[in-house]
Design a protein around this ligand. Structure first.
Ligand SMILES: C[S@@+](CC[C@H](N)C(=O)[O-])C[C@H]1O[C@@H](n2cnc3c(N)ncnc32)[C@H](O)[C@@H]1O
Length: 343
């Protein structure tokens, strides 16, 4: 099939994206409402995140943070100076003792596998198995060739829209060479190159993805300008001749210590004056939404070691790594692009 990475579709596929990305969010609400009677407790005990974790025996704050962002985005809770309070709509619909409580309505769904997974993820801080694959969590599965092919194809198909949408928001005229770290099929590197004729690129991804990327880049017609290199982004050196780095949908797979590590790796390898691009779904600075991103974050929290980070969280992490001068723009399908500079 002929793919033109300089054009966008004529219609907006947002509804189709949102069903897929938000598919687990209801299970997280069910886990909290039915299994933990969370809202009844919080209504009586407004609390900050550490106190919530202590009360419910959650091992880590990341899954609890994703849960509270989802509830805030729905208007079930609000946060004031770090303290979470149940709102009036949360109290009426979700607490025991309210005549309008929907807990019994959700109760017959309480044994759904993903609902049960959430209880474990909240308790342990560790990801559940990906989709219906018994073999393990996403990070482990990606080392397997067959799963890597399936997953990379899934990422590639959305990149045909999201890549060009990102490229059209960026002025890359003063940059010459990109490394797309954890670049998957190479669809984002190809999109940037397609929209900036002077640019060349390297797709850097783990060995299980390398061959898939090489084939896809050739099929898209960019093999002369887009190289593919296999490596471990945590251990192997990145190419040192690049003034443009891209993490597209990569940092959201990892917890904060690994995000810190990856930003440091990028900062070290990026040429002075270079730019880092983060392409992802971003939670807003006050962590009250957007709702579709909070729902998507629930899926990432279920199956990976990450979440959708907020713009504020990224700015803090980027600053710590040495970057400065941040921009943030919406692209398509609830995604956006942030940029940061290295002096
Ligand atoms: C969610 S996918 C994103 C792929 C692509 N950037 C996109 O936006 O569709 C995350 C990518 O990170 C890659 N990855 C995970 N761990 C890695 C590692 N240690 N070194 C290099 N790449 C890694 C995966 O193979 C996968 O292609």
């Amino acid at each position: 099939m002929e793919v033109d990475l300089t054009r966008l579709p004529d219609t907006d596929p947002i509804r189709a994206y949102r069903y897929r990305d938000g598919i687990y969010a209801g299970d997280l609400v069910t886990a909290a409402l039915v299994h933990l009677d969370f809202f009844t407790w919080l209504a009586e005990h407004p609390s900050d995140l550490p106190a919530i974790c202590r009360q419910f025996g959650f091992a880590a704050t990341r899954p609890a943070d994703v849960m509270m962002t989802l509830f805030a985005a729905n208007g079930f809770v609000r946060s004031e100076d770090g303290m979470f309070h149940v709102t009036e709509s949360g109290r009426e619909a979700l607490t025991a003792g309210s005549p309008w409580s929907l807990a019994p309505y959700y109760a017959s769904l309480k044994d759904r596998p993903v609902t049960m997974d959430y209880l474990k993820v909240l308790a342990t801080g560790k990801p559940a198995k990906w989709g219906s694959y018994d073999a393990g969590d996403w990070h482990k599965l990606m080392e397997d060739d067959a799963f890597a092919r399936l997953f990379t194809t899934a990422m590639d198909c959305r990149g045909v829209l999201l890549g060009p949408a990102m490229a059209q928001k960026l002025d890359l005229s003063r940059f010459t060479r990109l490394v797309d770290i954890g670049g998957g099929s190479g669809i984002y590197a190809c999109s940037l190159v397609a929209n900036a004729s002077h640019l060349s690129a390297v797709v850097f991804d783990q060995a299980s993805v390398e061959r898939i990327a090489r084939r896809r880049v050739a099929e898209l017609g960019y093999a002369d300008r887009v190289e593919v290199v296999a490596g471990d982004m945590f251990r192997d050196p990145l190419p040192d001749d690049c003034d443009l780095h891209l993490f597209s949908n990569v940092l959201h797979d990892w917890d904060e210590p690994e995000v810190r590590e990856l930003l440091a790796v990028s900062y070290r390898a990026l040429k002075p004056g270079g730019m880092l691009i983060l392409h992802d779904a971003f939670i807003n600075a006050d962590k009250t939404g957007p709702l579709p991103v909070a729902e998507y974050s629930a899926m990432l929290m279920h199956s990976t070691q990450g979440k959708c980070y907020s713009v504020g969280e990224y700015e803090a992490l980027l600053t710590e790594a040495g970057f400065h001068t941040f921009t943030c723009q919406d692209t398509a399908a609830d995604r956006g692009v942030m940029t940061a500079l290295k002096s």
